[in-house]
Design a protein around this ligand. Structure first.
Ligand code: GUN
Length: 279
């Protein structure tokens, strides 16, 4: 049976070290978070980011908007945050209300304050393996988890399922930069099982519960589950049929307690790194 990858333990360690470093700084890093949607999951994520920041000594300013927010007002706010030297990081929680133009908003964030690494300068730098100011938090967290558990990437067959701009695409680039042989599969991929069966490391980031079943996993593979779906009974589940896949894998992340805490820890780390870049 697979060993469990304890993302919470690794994330707690990262946050503990950050908290220690922050004690020696003469000023407090500040993260501005914009919540402009009516998505219950986003509200939970933003509260979790706020709580973790306050635990480790990062100041957060949360801007919550109802659906009357206009594109013009949001653009004005981002320009103000870009110009405000006391703000070190800007995070726009996605998705935005449907009437807002997400790309236009992400593209005007100062790349040096872009804690999510979603600005084209940062995605371009990631693509060219040229030190982005920030690497997207979930991909960064997954890389740290693999590293922490001694999983080498060089020459490994890694299959990423899900091609989102937040996880799948930047993750595929990051792993390629670390010498893995990456296949990026998605909802239009034909015969997904044939592809996933070849994975030494299988990473799923789709939000489809039980998409990854035991017959899709090679014996001894490492399985990373990025999916988080809240079921009707309120239980959180991932993309992976955990109970069956754990008999097939050598290492596996649980949901919750796997990738989720790492995303927040990496957001804290990105905020600190941008703060150091600016100070
Ligand atoms: N929505 C879901 N995940 C994320 C994330 O990592 N960053 C932002 N900004 N929005 C998200």
């Amino acid at each position: 049976m697979a060993d469990i990858i304890d993302g919470k333990r690794v994330a707690d360690n990262i946050c503990k070290k950050l908290k220690e470093k922050l004690k020696h700084e003469s000023s407090t890093p500040t993260l501005a978070v914009i919540l402009a949607n009516n998505n219950s999951a986003s509200k939970i994520y933003v509260s979790a980011k706020e709580k973790k920041s306050s635990q480790i000594g990062i100041k957060t300013c949360i801007y919550r908007f109802d659906s009357s927010i206009t594109q013009g007002n949001l653009i004005k706010l981002i320009h103000e945050l870009n110009a405000d030297d006391s703000v070190n990081g800007i995070l726009v929680q996605l998705p935005l209300y449907k009437h807002l133009n997400q790309n236009e908003i992400l593209n005007i964030i100062d790349p040096k304050k872009d804690v999510d690494g979603f600005h084209p300068i940062n995605t371009g730098r990631l693509c060219s393996n040229l030190n982005p100011y920030a690497i997207p938090c979930t991909p960064k967290g997954i890389l740290k988890l693999l590293n922490e558990y001694g999983i080498k990437l060089q020459g490994k067959n890694v299959v990423v399922v899900g091609r989102s701009n937040i996880v799948g695409k930047p993750l595929a680039l990051l792993l390629t930069n670390h010498d893995a042989t990456v296949t990026l599969a998605h909802s239009k991929t034909k015969d997904l099982k044939k592809i996933t069966k070849n994975a030494d490391i299988l990473i799923s980031a789709t939000g489809h519960p039980k998409l990854i079943t035991a017959d899709m996993v090679k014996k001894g593979a490492v399985v990373i589950d990025v999916g988080i779906t809240r079921q009707l009974d309120k239980k959180l589940v991932g993309d992976v049929d955990f109970e069956k896949v754990k008999n097939q894998a050598s290492l596996i992340t649980p949901v919750p307690g796997g990738v989720g805490p790492m995303t927040i820890a990496c957001l804290m780390e990105n905020t600190y790194e941008l703060f150091k870049l600016q100070n």
